[in-house]
Write a protein that binds this ligand. Structure first.
Ligand code: SF4
Ligand SMILES: [Zn+2]
Ligand SMILES: [Zn+2]
Length: 330
């Protein structure tokens, strides 16, 4: 296998591009793919101050490395979810990454900020861990960006993540979600009030042109010491199942993922633009964050505050929480 660019020894092949690359040209290829996505989708300019949500996994650390290499001013944000030793190790990996590169990093803990870890929330509210976790992460990432003065939040969603989400949204015809499926989610500011509480910051996904296997290869090539193990609470995560199904299709027909995602953006996304209920955002009566306007007669309280208050009520009442299913370490 020879490098497409220099004909030297190739270390990575990318079947959907029908190309293989040596270490240097693979690194260059990934940088180019990210730079292309930033430009193509008008994500941000060269002087932007970026906050990147990092988990200690390959995608977010690889993207942080790429953006630093491309010369962007990018600060990491790590949220400790309190998932036992998994969270401990992922935090250590993130801190070590930042220290090696002298990169700026903000660390917050869900338990310290709000009193509950992800496993506690899952058992107190009887929700699938990933659903409560996702809600908490979205809320805290947005809050951190606003409080720390960042206008753009960067996430490490790769092509596989986006295709799996798209697949799930089509399976269930979540037209509201399809309207917000793109690589950029524009900022939303609510009329009057404190802007630090009343906005959803702009969110961008510069890894949409890079597949999961490629971010893993990039992390290895660049010597990034990421946390390899999966979150033990991933059991029941339906997105995971979609990824496995799509990986089978990609294996037999390379390019399927790219075709599905970019075909959707080009030919179908605009058809769902009117479907989003994000037009009906109002400030949460409790925390001020934007939330979907409730039905007449319901309280104007966001999902995050509702979840927190249910967990608090049940803890106060001595609710006997169901144990949460976790996957054993492999
Ligand atoms: S697998 Fe689920 S619980 Fe674990 S970090 Fe991801 S979203 Fe959270
Ligand atoms: Zn080469
Ligand atoms: Zn709220």
């Amino acid at each position: 296998m020879k490098c497409k660019v220099c004909r030297g020894h190739a270390v990575v092949d990318i079947r959907r591009h029908n190309a293989a690359f040596c270490t240097d040209h693979f690194t260059e290829h990934i940088h180019n793919q990210v730079a292309k996505a930033i430009k193509e989708f008008h994500m941000f300019g060269p002087d932007a101050r970026l906050l990147i949500a990092v988990s200690g996994g390959k995608d977010s650390l690889a993207l942080w490395d790429i953006l630093l290499q491309l010369g962007y001013d990018v600060t990491g944000f790590y949220l400790d979810l309190g998932i036992g030793s998994y969270s401990t190790r992922s935090k250590e990996a993130t801190i070590a990454f930042a220290e090696e590169r002298d990169a700026k990093l903000i660390v917050r803990s869900l338990a310290e900020e709000h009193g509950f870890t992800v496993p506690e929330l899952a058992s107190l509210t009887n929700r699938v861990p990933c659903s409560g976790c996702g809600l908490n992460k979205r809320y805290e990432f947005n809050r951190a960006a606003l409080e720390e003065g960042f206008d753009i939040l960067v996430t490490g969603h790769n092509l596989d993540d986006e295709v799996a989400t798209l697949f799930g949204n089509v399976l269930h015809w979540n037209t509201d979600m399809l309207a917000r499926q793109g690589p950029v989610l524009e900022e939303r500011v609510l009329g009057e009030g404190d802007r630090r509480r009343m906005a959803l910051v702009r969110k961008v996904k510069p890894l949409v042109r890079v597949a999961e296997r490629e971010t893993a290869a990039y992390a290895v090539v660049r010597g990034i010491d990421y946390i390899v193990e999966e979150c033990p609470m991933v059991e029941g995560n339906v997105q995971h199942k979609y990824k496995e199904a799509i990986a089978m299709l990609e294996e037999s027909s390379p390019g399927t993922k790219h075709q599905m995602y970019f075909g959707f953006l080009k030919k179908a996304a605009s058809r769902f633009a009117d479907e989003t209920d994000a037009a009906n955002l109002v400030g949460c009566a409790n925390c001020g964050s934007p939330t979907i306007a409730p039905e007449a007669g319901s309280d104007r309280v966001c999902s995050f505050c509702r979840m927190q208050s249910l967990a608090q009520r049940r803890r106060d009442d001595g609710y006997r929480a169901r144990p949460v299913r976790v996957r054993k370490r492999r």
